[in-house]
Write a protein that binds this ligand. Structure first.
Ligand SMILES: [Zn+2]
Length: 262
């Protein structure tokens, strides 16, 4: 292990809108299934009663999608789920997942997480629109489903609260470029941000929240703005890049990378 000197090289700030293409359910424990009434409430901000997307939900989904895409072992149990964490320094050095999302603190070679995902709140326009909906609960819809009782094959009704399709949230993530080992190339840090964009792309293809296999939780990221605050070496960069879609931002990022490594 080299001497630990942590140098902050710069930060990337990505703002985006997250649009629910289908009803979105992010909420209480899925274990609390009761029958015949509203089983699953969505998570709400207690200050204004509006549903929101916790950063941890989006971040967790980004991580698990990237783990699967890269085919890394999901070898550590956190509560009810398994995630991947590298066991050795050598593996860690080459691992996009752990270097982006972090490792448990007890590892000798742990570094701080580079990626911070903020909670995403409804845009004002979207909240105003949802408020006008003639639904039982503010800002949401109730989706009824028929479940089959696996013991006696009877059909039992089940209800779930969802944020309706079309709801728009404002999201933000921050990516810090750290240098722990002075032998590292700056480029390696920057390339990790490509993995962040790829992870968002994978979430678009998959789903967010619960009941994804039954159609809930399809989301799309758009109206992306990337701001950068870099140390002196990067002063030639433009501060702001904008893109209408995630794919456009990925292309834009590849150009930024190419400029940097010239
Ligand atoms: Zn790893």
């Amino acid at each position: 292990m080299p001497e630990r000197i942590v140098q902050l090289q710069g930060r990337l700030f990505l703002n985006f809108t997250l649009t629910a293409k289908t009803g979105l359910h992010i909420g209480g424990s899925p274990n609390n299934v009761a029958i015949g009434h509203l089983d699953h409430h969505v998570l709400r901000n207690p200050l204004n009663d509006q549903p929101y997307i916790p950063g941890s939900s989006l971040r967790g989904k980004m991580r698990s999608q990237l783990e699967k895409q890269l085919g890394v072992p999901q070898n550590q149990r956190i509560g009810q789920i398994f995630i991947h964490t590298c066991q050795t320094w050598r593996d860690y050095r080459a691992c996009k997942v752990c270097r982006t999302f972090g490792l448990p603190g007890e590892r000798e070679f742990s570094e701080v997480s580079r990626l911070i995902v903020r909670d995403a709140f409804l845009t004002k326009a979207s909240a105003d629109q949802l408020k006008e909906l003639p639904t039982e609960l503010p800002f949401t819809e109730i989706k009824g489903e028929a479940m089959i009782d696996r013991v006696n094959s009877a059909t039992v009704p089940r209800q779930q609260e969802r944020v309706p399709a079309g709801a728009i949230f404002a999201g933000e993530l921050t990516f810090s470029l750290y240098k722990y080992d002075q032998r590292d190339q700056d480029q390696q840090e920057l390339e990790l941000f490509s993995a962040v964009l790829e992870a968002l792309n994978l979430v678009e293809e998959d789903y967010l929240g619960g009941q994804g296999s039954r159609g809930s939780g399809q989301v799309v990221f758009s109206a992306l703005t990337l701001r950068m605050r870099m140390n002196k070496a990067y002063n030639n960069l433009q501060d702001v890049r904008e893109a209408a879609t995630l794919n456009e931002m990925q292309e834009e990022w590849q150009k930024i990378l190419a400029d940097l490594v010239k």
